[in-house]
Write a protein that binds this ligand. Structure first.
Ligand SMILES: Nc1ncnc2c1ncn2[C@@H]1O[C@H](COP(=O)(O)OP(=O)(O)OP(=O)(O)O)[C@@H](O)[C@H]1O
Ligand SMILES: [Mg+2]
Length: 377
């Protein structure tokens, strides 16, 4: 897939921006706080419907503005695509809408599949080092990008989980309506089982692709990187049946706790190195290699699943990688359209970029200047 046009309006510190990126490697460089990550965030937002760094869509709206838009035009194997995401402040609430070829989508998930990306940033170490919610966020974002059905089922699950928890908490004040509770549990079971099945499918796939990439990058045959689904529904072939049973059986405990104690909202991923949990056992460098392997594996997986290679967004990662890992990364980049951000051009000297774009934060917001066209252009 090739990103041919980017258009932003009131996005973070960009008042207005329009540009046509190079087909291969583009480097965005500039001082800290100039707006480099904001550009990658806009691309990520249009590919996945959400930011990689905030849960609040309103954070992406330029301060004191009530309307924001991010638009991408892409060329995929099946032709041209045009995606636009709009954020509007309506009565203090941020309303998000997606538009494909100028036509408003019924649901945000309808925009999935028109553009796809893999983003790698230093903060991604949190996938292994952070809590289970970070790992769930990681797998949810990756699967949603390939399956819009997953995004719908996950939203349904989270919505009904919230309702069930409210009912459990309210049970001290008013008696639980059994019929209503059973109806919620039915939806929770259907959506939850499907979410678990898709997470298991994805993690098995990711393990298969990422493990050999890890060996290749580390150059150590003795280091075995593995990952697998870890959750209450791990060792069961029929998550639907088990979930139904546990929701019913746990109802008394859930009432006492005021929350649902069983289900995919407790899922996790087990990352291991030579059979030991990476979080406790692995070094910083090994964790970095593992995360890099996950990201590179995603390029292959999205390619196979969607029929097109995604765009690669590398946010400030070169300065943190040693020469071996830099080389490995550049080798995998191959013919993938790539956007790299850095503050120091010497960090990306080996990248053989096609264009170098300087990003600057001015009194009127961020501006970009195409400063140099590389030899490959
Ligand atoms: N909602 C917003 N409205 C206006 N400006 C914003 C908004 N959110 C962030 N900014 C501005 O965007 C800039 C940060 O942009 P960004 O994170 O892209 O910087 P960067 O170039 O990646 O910096 P670094 O090299 O430190 O990573 C800051 O100047 C910040 O004040
Ligand atoms: Mg940045």
């Amino acid at each position: 897939m090739i990103l041919t046009d980017v258009k932003l309006f009131n996005f973070r510190n960009y008042k207005k921006l329009e540009f046509k990126p190079s087909n291969k490697i583009t480097v965005f460089y500039g001082k800290n706080g100039s707006g480099k990550t904001n550009l990658l965030e806009a691309v990520h937002f249009c590919c996945l419907g959400r930011s990689q760094r905030t849960h609040q869509d309103r954070d992406m709206m330029m301060k004191n503005q009530s309307y924001t838009s991010a638009q991408l035009k892409t060329m995929r194997i099946d032709g041209r695509h045009d995606i636009e995401l709009k954020l509007k402040n309506i009565g203090g609430k941020t309303v998000k809408t997606a538009h494909v070829f100028g036509k408003k989508c019924e649901r945000i998930s309808d925009m999935i599949g028109h553009a796809s990306c893999v983003l790698f940033a230093p903060e991604d170490m949190i996938i292994i080092k952070g809590g289970p919610q970070e790992r769930r966020r990681f797998m949810d974002m990756q699967i949603s990008q390939m399956r819009c059905r997953y995004l719908n089922e996950l939203s349904a699950y989270n919505k009904v989980l919230k309702y069930r928890n409210i009912m459990l908490k309210d049970s001290y004040i008013k008696r639980i309506d059994e019929k209503q509770m059973e109806a919620w549990e039915e939806i929770l079971t259907d959506a939850g089982a499907s979410v678990v099945n898709q997470r298991k499918w994805f993690l098995e796939y990711l393990n298969e692709v990422a493990a050999p990439i890890y060996k290749n990058i580390s150059g150590k045959n003795s280091e075995n990187f593995t990952l697998e689904y870890s959750g209450q529904l791990k060792d069961c072939d029929d998550p639907h049946c088990i979930m139904q049973k546990h929701l019913k059986e746990n109802r008394e405990i859930d009432i006492r706790r005021g929350s649902t104690t069983f289900g995919p909202h407790k899922d996790d991923i087990d990352f291991k190195l030579n059979g030991f949990s990476m979080k406790e056992y692995a070094s910083q460098g090994q964790i970095r290699t593992a995360v890099l392997s996950l990201k590179l594996a995603m390029i292959d997986i999205i390619w196979k699943e969607m029929g097109d290679k995604p765009i690669l967004l590398l946010d400030d990662v070169f300065s943190e990688l040693d020469p071996r890992r830099r080389e490995a990364l550049l080798e995998y980049v191959g013919d993938v359209q790539t956007f790299i951000t850095c503050t120091d051009l010497s960090d990306v000297a080996n990248a053989k970029a096609d264009s170098y774009i300087r990003v600057e934060n001015t009194a009127d917001g961020a501006v970009i200047n195409i400063e140099k066209i590389g030899e490959n252009q």
